[in-house]
Design a protein around this ligand. Structure first.
Ligand SMILES: Cc1ncc(COP(=O)(O)O)c(C=O)c1O
Length: 331
């Protein structure tokens, strides 16, 4: 089995070494080395900070970068800010222009990860940053390597840490502080020799992984926890459900018991960073044949075609940046 080791899987979601030339900060392009803040900003200010994770893929013909579902990601950033009562000083159009300007400025030709985030700024000494506090918006970018072009799988384990819930710390918000929960689960999984945790919610039903939603396949039908199961409203999950419908695969969004994981023919994660990532073992039990199954494989292939601009039907989901633009017309 060609299972990628945990370190290789980490690289899908983590910054590579090196940095871009430019960071976008509050409406300006700032050289990397000058994008600094005071130490005071690293503390309670970060509790309410919100962010997004977006990808721009190089098109199959190599002529363009295609930012995937950019508007939906920026809308979710605004929704996260709203729930956290942060006032973003930029609207959706301003943020969209900022992302595109930054991609051009950093002259990326390859697959690129885009990380906008917003945090209360200034001298923050309160434990509870007040609602409506002045906010900074920053955007970072870095290259990533898509895992969609090779067979991969990961070993997952159900965590003893429960997923945070809407009644305490809404997982619907993409806040940095929510990742404390996922990190505890991830460290436990690694300690026990697995790659990634699967988390149950407060009702002890399936929720999601620390950085991706999850689905399983039973008797040819896909089952995924509903959006009120303690999950982020994932854009990859929504995309996958659309593609599965098109492929004629039945999908149910419902509560899922832990024990269903052990009976599944396939289990896979869905997320911007992890893309479509098959799970080959759950709690040490082999899933299906122990290799990526047919549904995840076909879905991964369709997802690749879509994000690389080979599906005209979904052209609205892709924001084009001509590679020539990135090189100031030099091609
Ligand atoms: C906790 C969590 N769930 C799900 C997802 C997947 O969301 P999306 O497909 O929008 O990237 C992410 C990805 O950022 C995540 O961090």
């Amino acid at each position: 089995m060609n299972t990628a080791p945990a370190a290789a899987l980490d690289s899908l979601a983590s910054p590579v070494t090196g940095h871009p030339d430019w960071i976008w900060r509050n409406g300006e392009m700032v050289p990397w080395a000058e994008a600094k803040i005071h130490v005071n900003a690293v503390g309670h200010a970060s509790v309410s900070a919100v962010f997004e994770g977006i990808k721009a893929y190089r098109s199959a013909d190599g002529s363009r970068l295609l930012a995937f579902r950019l508007d939906e990601h920026l809308k979710r950033l605004q929704e996260s800010a709203r729930i956290c009562r942060l006032e973003l000083p930029f609207d959706a159009a301003g943020l969209r222009a900022a992302v595109l300007d930054l991609l051009r400025a950093n002259r990326y030709r390859e697959d690129t990860y885009i990380r906008p985030w917003a945090f209360p700024t200034g001298v923050i000494r309160e434990q509870m940053v007040p609602a409506g506090a002045l906010c900074e918006v920053v955007i970072d970018t870095w290259p990533f390597h898509s895992g969609l072009d090779k067979e991969r799988g990961c070993r997952a384990a159900v965590s003893s840490w429960l997923r945070i819930g809407d009644a305490s710390t809404p997982p619907r918000v993409k806040a940095f502080s929510n990742y404390h929960n996922g990190r505890l689960a991830m460290m436990e999984a690694r300690e026990n020799g697995h790659d990634w945790p699967i988390m149950l919610n407060e009702r002890h039903k399936l929720s999601e992984g620390p950085g991706a939603c999850i689905a399983l396949v039973r008797d040819g039908a896909v089952v995924t926890p509903s959006l009120s199961s303690g999950v982020l409203e994932s854009i990859t999950r929504a995309t996958a459900l659309t593609l599965l419908e098109e492929l004629g695969v039945p999908v149910a969004e419902r509560e899922v018991d832990r024990s269903e994981l052990y009976l599944a023919d396939e289990v896979f994660f869905m997320g911007t960073a992890w893309e479509i990532l098959p799970v080959t073992t759950v709690d040490g039990l082999r899933v299906g044949t122990g290799r990526p199954g047919p549904v995840a494989t076909v879905l991964g292939a369709e997802y690749t075609r879509l994000v690389r601009g080979e599906r005209d039907r979904y052209a609205d989901w892709l924001t084009e940046i001509q590679i020539q633009d990135l090189y100031g017309g030099e091609g």
